[in-house]
Ligand binder design. Structure first.
Ligand SMILES: O=C([O-])CC(=O)C(=O)O
Ligand SMILES: [Mg+2]
Length: 388
């Protein structure tokens, strides 16, 4: 078998929302198709992938470096021992040839997106759900198809008042979520305190609020927010300071003993390891949000999970950023703590297969070959338009 072609298309996911750091008025992502010469169930196997929101499309890097490296490699050098399927680790190594270590900028997004499409193809060629394949190869043998998901939103939006914020978050709770997340740090502390108290006022028993500062705060501001937030029973306090300021994160634990979360802007096992070594995070309560689609894909995420194990962290402390089905499959296959979801944003990307409902803050993944994109009609329509 061989890879015939790798296609990329940059798609808009623009919206007028803003977090504490950026607005999404020009946001894009890369949609990728890895076309193989294998036929399964009467259809050519094509693996699909896309990068999550926040880092823009990466077509230029893909076309200049990563796609040519794959297509120029001897086809047999990309296959597993059986010769009947791709080996995602070998394709990854081929993409990374002549890349120096460190400085994991945008190339981790380009490689991560192609990696997603590769795993989709690998699982489709095996004719099984990716979560099943992962549980068998790297996990406990059996997946847990019931995955915790939380609803992310609560963005700043022109003219949005507290009533609209409450209506938005209430609509997520009405759809079965038990944890909802809102943005902070894009307004004054007083204003954010008022927004948070509004949001808390709509929660019922067993329902929780998480807040996300998107790396906006310097140490003094992060501490001031920590002192204010510790009065509330928040699900977590996310990304207070710059993603690479491990000392800030480590200092913050002296002011906030409740759960914190971070990691969505760390794009390699090595950066994740620095967070674990130097960030002062606590394996009994804090959460790790590394997102494979932005950080060199599942091949690298497996290295990150290994690193976490070596440092005494359970995979169940990981709830990835990004709201895509790839992390859902990893969560079900490898026992992550759950996954993010954006019920009303960045469509048709992310989300769940049609008919999957959130109940008590969990979804149950259906048995679809690959990552499961074929089960989401609006998404697969866009994906197939890339190749058919
Ligand atoms: O607003 C964003 O960039 C997305 C984000 O941080 C999240 O989903 O946690
Ligand atoms: Mg975040």
């Amino acid at each position: 078998m061989r890879i015939l072609e790798v296609r990329e298309k940059t798609c808009p996911i623009a919206s007028p929302i803003r977090n504490a750091y950026i607005d999404f008025s020009k946001m894009t992502l890369s949609l990728v198709a890895v076309v193989t010469d294998v036929v399964r169930n009467g259809r050519r196997v094509v693996g699909y992938g896309f990068n999550s929101n926040g880092r823009y499309g990466q077509g230029a890097l893909m076309r200049e470096r990563f796609i040519p490296r794959i297509l120029e490699a001897a086809p047999a050098s990309l296959l597993d021992d059986s010769g009947a399927n791709l080996d995602a680790h070998k394709v990854w190594a081929t993409m990374f040839r002549n890349e120096k270590p460190g400085g994991h900028g945008e190339r981790s997004v380009a490689i991560g997106t192609i990696d997603m499409a590769l795993w989709d193809a690998v699982a489709k060629i095996e004719d099984k759900p990716l979560f099943q394949l992962l549980a068998e190869r790297y996990g406990q043998g059996t997946p847990d198809r019931r995955v915790f998901v939380y609803a992310a939103g609560g963005y700043y939006y022109p003219g949005k008042d507290d009533r609209q914020l409450k209506d938005e978050l209430r609509s997520y709770l009405d759809r079965g979520y038990s944890v909802v997340k809102m943005k902070i740090g894009g307004a004054s502390l007083d204003e954010d305190r008022r927004r948070i108290e509004s949001a808390l006022s709509i929660l019922g028993p067993g329902q929780r609020l998480a807040v996300d500062a998107n790396g906006r705060f310097d140490l003094d501001t992060a501490i001031a927010y920590a002192k204010a937030l510790r009065a509330y029973d928040l699900f977590w306090y996310e990304e207070a300071g710059d993603p690479l300021d491990f000392e800030l994160q480590a200092t913050l634990r002296n002011y906030y003993d409740k759960p914190m979360a971070t990691g969505e802007n760390l794009f390699s096992m090595q950066d994740a390891r620095n967070l674990i070594r130097h960030g002062g995070l606590r394996p009994d309560r804090d959460w790790l949000q590394f997102d494979c689609a932005l950080s060199y894909g599942l091949v690298e995420y497996l290295r990150t999970l290994d690193m976490l194990r070596q440092h005494g962290w359970s995979a169940s402390r990981c709830i990835p950023h990004g709201g895509h089905q790839m992390s859902l499959a990893i969560a079900a296959g490898l026992g992550l703590g759950g996954n993010e979801s954006y019920p009303d944003l960045f469509q048709p990307f992310g989300g769940f297969p049609d008919g999957v409902r959130v109940r008590d803050g969990h979804v149950e993944l259906p048995e679809l070959p690959g990552i499961g994109f074929e089960g989401k009609s609006d998404l697969i329509r866009e994906m197939r338009a890339l190749t058919e």
